[in-house]
Every structure is written in C-alpha cells, then in structure tokens.
Design a protein around this ligand. Structure first.
Ligand code: ZN
Length: 616
C-alpha cells in the first residue's frame, strides 16, 4: 500500500528491484524504462521518455528529498516538531545560505514525502507498520500544514526568507483530515504566503501534485528541478475521469502538460534548476550544486529588494498569472440569459412531487409528495435520503442578496472567457455547451449591486457551468472584482460553489488560486469586509481558494464542503464516511462553521455584518 502513491500499483516493488552496477554496487529501485537495453541517463534518453514515464521519474523513490537538500545550507536547525499524525510530511528548519558574498537567514519549509531516498533503507523502514502510518503515503495532514503556517510566521518575526520545497502526491484524502479542517488549513498556507512580509521562494523538488503542492507554491518565485512535475491531478485519476479507465494515463499526462519544462512554457514556473549531469536520483551531488546556484541567485535578488519592492513585484507577478480570452458583446448576447433554479411554491398546491429514486433508511422506495414549506425550510434537501433537489444559480444568489434590478455586471470582467490552452479533449465544446445551458460566459459573474442600499461588489458562481470548477478566468475575474472593491471602497461578497480546480486547464487553473488569495488579502488590507458564502458543493480548489477566506457564511443544509470529495475518500480508504459528513451541520460540530444561514436569510446576515464593520 505504501508504494501506491510512489509507484504504479500494478507493479510490485520487489519485481523491479535488482542488483545493478552503476557507480557503486547497491540495490536500487528501477523504473521499467530504466531496465530497457538502450536507456541511458543522457538528456536525450530522458527527453525521449513518454510523458507518463517522465511523471514516474519525478517521484522515483531514490530522488533526493527535502532532507537531502539541507547540506546546501549552513547552520541548519530544526524549527518546529511534533508527533501529530502526518506532521513529518512537512518539516521546518532555520538555516543560512551564503551567496554573492553575503549570508542570508532563511526558513526552510519542506515536504518530505518519505523517510529516506536510500531504497535499501526505505525497504527496511517500511516493514514497520508504525513507520508506514507515520509517513502517511507521502500525503500531508492538517498538522503538517499547521506547521508550515507557524513557520511562515516565525520567518516573518525573524526576518528570514521563506523557501518552500515541494514533494507530494497530494493532501491526505481521509475523513480524519477533513475533520481537522484540511481545506481551511491549506487555504491559510496560501494566505500566509500571499501576505508574507518576507520574500518567498518555492522549489518543486519532485512531484508537486494538487492542493498539497499549491498550498506552498504561491511564492514570489517558483523554481522547479528539471525532472520534476507540477500537476493538478494524477494522470491515472485524470484518465479515469475522462475515459473511465486508468489505462490512458500516458495520454492524460501528455495533454495535461505536467513536466517542469511545460510549466515554464505555460508561465507557471519561473526558472528550471538544471539536472545537467542526469536525473537527480543518479546524480544527487550535481543536482544539489545546481540547486545551490539557482536558489542562491534568487535569494540574493529578492533579499536585496526593499519589502515594498517585493510587494510590488508580488502584485505584478500574480496580476499576469493565468491565460484567458476576451469576447464581444455580440457573442455574449447570442447565449446570454438569466437562469434561475430556485423552486417556487406551486400556486395552488402545498405539496410538490418527490424526487425520483428516493429510498428511506430501510432501502424502501418512497414516492409520496413533499410539503413545499418543509422542502424550502430544508434548503431543497430531501429529508428522507439527503438528495438535493436543486442547486441555485449565480443569478439566484444575486437575486437573493442584492436589491431588485440593482446588479450591474462589471464591464472589466464581462468579456473575459475561458481559453483552452492545452487543446484539452472536448474542452472547447464543453464551454460552448455550458454557455448555452447557463446563459453565462464563464462559471463566475462579477458586478456591483446594492444590498439594502449599501453598495457592494458581488461575485457569484453557477455550479451548472462545468461544475463551477475553479479556472483561470475565475482567477482573473476575482482579481478584477477585488480591485474594483478597493477602488470604490465597498464590501466584497463572494458566493463559493464548485467541485475543485478545472482539470481541462491543467496545473494553470490551480496556479490561479494564490492569485485570488493575494487579491482578497489586498481587499482586507484596505480595511474592507470580505464575506464568503459557502454553498453545496465547495470542494478542492474552490474550498482552498475563496471558500477559505473572509467572514464565511455557510449555507443551511449544504453538503460536500471540504477538500477531498466523499467519493474520493471512500475509494481511497475503502470505508464509508460518517453520517452527515461534510454537511454544514457536521462542520459546525467540528468547529469550522460558526455562521450559518438559509439562502432566504443571507441578505439579512450580510447586512448585519456590513453595518457592524468599521469601514474607514
Ligand atoms: Zn429522497
């Protein structure tokens, strides 16, 4: 099981283990392509690997991990430590590095995906069940992210440059981590980096996958080891979603553009740290030297600037992150319509039809009609089986929150539309379909409106538009809406809905998340309230993005709120999640939802918050 996240589950580690002679006679772990007759570790051989093989190479168990890079630094001492479950997956060290004739104090925050990069040792360590549990398949838990948040604060108080090092298969997908608020803690990591009063540098060492990686890559510069990968979803999972089979993982890896080189091309990586001698698992000393040179240069560059200069650079950097297209008024008018999903009471009936396939706790089919007033009070969730009758649209929420006819879409965001940067299968068609169905250009709409006479900026999402997934256009629209809120000195309201980051845009969708964290932090820094409405569903990228920010109102009886979806967790753990898992009520018992409101009461609650807020 331990190897599942390190290696293709269809191949047992022992089958690939054999004694070979390279520099020393040691037992090594060989990936299938390493056993091929004409394979060498030359640049050409590596370049000729398939995209999936490059992905495998990026988390070769012998690739140097965070702790293997510590010799690059001087005066290294461990900063924070505890025994909480999975906390070793992120480690923190105070250290110094000399570059350009100067010594720079740094705070190292590194993801250590396993106990060692020595495969012989690894085999022995992992025979111990406690070690397997301790290393949690390379997936950081809330305790690990908390450590990172604390280390960033210490770095600020000690004026140390933050260096994060990324090596993860993703954040821990278990009910335990959801109970510990993993989504909100990943969000806090991103917020802390966005607001950091010291320069921040991120280095993708090996595989940087999903929310576990993006938690710590929202930095002033993002560097990547030449053979690393940076991705929003594993190629196997992407293949199984797209093609309902894991067999097309290579194709999924190709279209998702996951290698460091592709990341550089897509402007989500600033510089590649060369592994010129060959892959780091065979040439670790050379990789470390290269790391020292490039990281040292960036430390000198960022460390020599004033903090105002660093902030300015940070804003400029994130302002241009993401890619999108613009459209015309004419094109928008061809599909624009206002779609509402709110179920109104039938004029003459007190009852409405029950949804299809309703089953009670004894698995008996239930078909009797439902009292409308009860359904409304339950926020359109079936009292018998938990089925949600409707998901409200962006325009439903706008209608519920702002005064009638007061909403005006921002001309600055109206013409921004999604760009298919990867030529991802069916993405362009899906966008066209979603526009027709939802009457919107993208999943998110932003505008100004009046809330009981108070001017506000409001951003609302339609789940019907590709699952409300977080994408580059959303990042840019939120960025613009935040700027407008600051310029007009008005509160910002964001309604969160969506199942995660948009796979069709690859890692670039995920990289727009730190962008919105920075944008929201700027609104808060300007002394303005940010109010987020968390609705059903708010998962993955949406949860760790704006779902984790501001004064949050959780919608009454909403479900699917957290980082990993229920189905993913149940598949991963092989166990059912508990009753009411990831609902508003469940989050209340865990202490993560203090403000709860029925959709019909949202306006009143927001008004109370705005009126109590001291806008300067
Ligand atoms: Zn039901």
């Amino acid at each position: 099981m331990f190897f599942l996240n390190w290696w293709n589950p269809s191949i047992t580690p022992t089958k690939n283990l054999r004694t070979i002679t390279v520099k020393h006679t040691v037992k090594q772990f060989l990936l299938p392509f390493e056993k091929k007759e004409h394979f060498s570790y030359s640049a050409e051989s590596i370049e000729n690997l398939s995209e999936f093989e490059k992905y495998q190479l990026s988390f070769h168990p012998e690739r140097p991990k965070y702790l293997d890079y510590l010799p690059v630094f001087d005066n290294v001492s461990e900063c924070l430590q505890n025994d909480l479950h999975g906390s070793c997956l992120i480690q923190t060290h105070r250290a110094e590095i000399s570059h350009g004739g100067k010594t720079w104090p740094v705070m190292l925050i590194g993801q250590q995906s396993g106990p060692t990069s020595d495969f012989e040792e690894l085999k022995w360590v992992m025979k111990d069940h406690h070690q397997v549990v301790r290393w949690n398949h390379g997936m950081p838990t809330p305790a690990a992210f908390e450590k990172a948040i604390e280390a960033i604060a210490i770095a600020e108080s000690e004026n140390r440059i933050v260096i994060t090092m990324i090596d993860t298969a993703g954040a821990d997908p278990t009910e335990e981590s959801e109970s510990g608020g993993i989504a909100w803690k990943i969000g806090r990591c991103m917020q802390a980096l966005a607001e950091s009063t010291v320069p921040t540098i991120s280095v993708i060492l090996n595989r940087g996958c999903s929310g576990g990686a993006i938690a710590l890559t929202g930095c002033d510069t993002v560097l990547a080891m030449e053979n690393s990968t940076y991705l929003v979803i594993s190629p196997e999972a992407c293949s199984s979603i797209l093609f309902r089979t894991r067999e097309k993982a290579n194709f999924a890896a190709e279209i998702s553009q996951i290698t460091a080189k592709k990341g550089l091309k897509n402007h989500i990586i600033d510089e590649i740290i060369p592994e010129s001698a060959g892959p780091a698992h065979r040439f670790p000393n050379e990789a470390r030297e290269s790391f020292r040179e490039v990281v040292g240069r960036w430390i000198e560059k960022l460390g020599s600037e004033t903090m105002d200069g660093v902030f300015e650079r940070r804003i400029k950097r994130w302002h241009v992150i993401g890619q999108w297209d613009t459209t015309t008024e004419e094109a928008i008018l061809s599909y624009e319509k206002t779609v509402y999903n709110f179920l109104h009471k039938p004029p003459k009936n007190r009852f409405v039809f029950r949804h299809k396939r309703c089953r009670n706790e004894h698995n008996r089919h239930v078909a009797d009609p439902v009292l409308y007033s009860k359904l409304l009070a339950d926020n359109f969730v079936c009292d018998t089986c938990g089925h949600r009758y409707v998901r409200l649209t962006a325009h439903d929420y706008i209608g519920l929150i702002v005064d009638e006819d007061s909403f005006r879409e921002h001309p600055e965001t109206r013409y921004i539309v999604d760009r298919d940067i990867l030529n991802f299968p069916d993405y362009s068609d899906k966008i066209v379909e979603a526009r027709e169905k939802n009457g919107m250009s993208t999943a998110l709409i932003t505008g100004n409106g009046l809330l009981d006479g108070h001017e506000v900026v409001i951003c609302a999402t339609s789940f019907g538009f590709l699952g409300g997934s977080f994408c580059m256009s959303t990042g840019e629209k939120i960025w613009q809406a935040c700027r407008i809120a600051i310029e007009n000195r008005v509160p910002l309201i964001i309604q969160a809905a969506g199942g995660g980051a948009r796979m069709h845009e690859g890692c670039s969708s995920m990289v727009s998340l730190p962008k919105i964290h920075l944008a929201i932090s700027r609104v808060q820094k300007a002394g303005l309230p940010v109010i987020t409405i968390v609705t059903d569903p708010t998962l993955g990228g949406v949860a760790i993005g704006f779902g984790s920010r501001g004064i949050r109102i959780f919608e009454h009886n909403a479900g699917n709120i957290g980082f990993s979806g229920k189905r993913v967790i149940e598949q991963y753990t092989g166990k059912d999640t508990s009753k009411g898992f990831q609902t508003t009520a469940w989050l209340e018992t865990k202490g993560f939802a203090s403000l709860v409101a029925h959709p019909l009461l949202l306006k009143a609650r927001i008004r109370e918050i705005i009126e109590a807020y001291p806008i300067l």
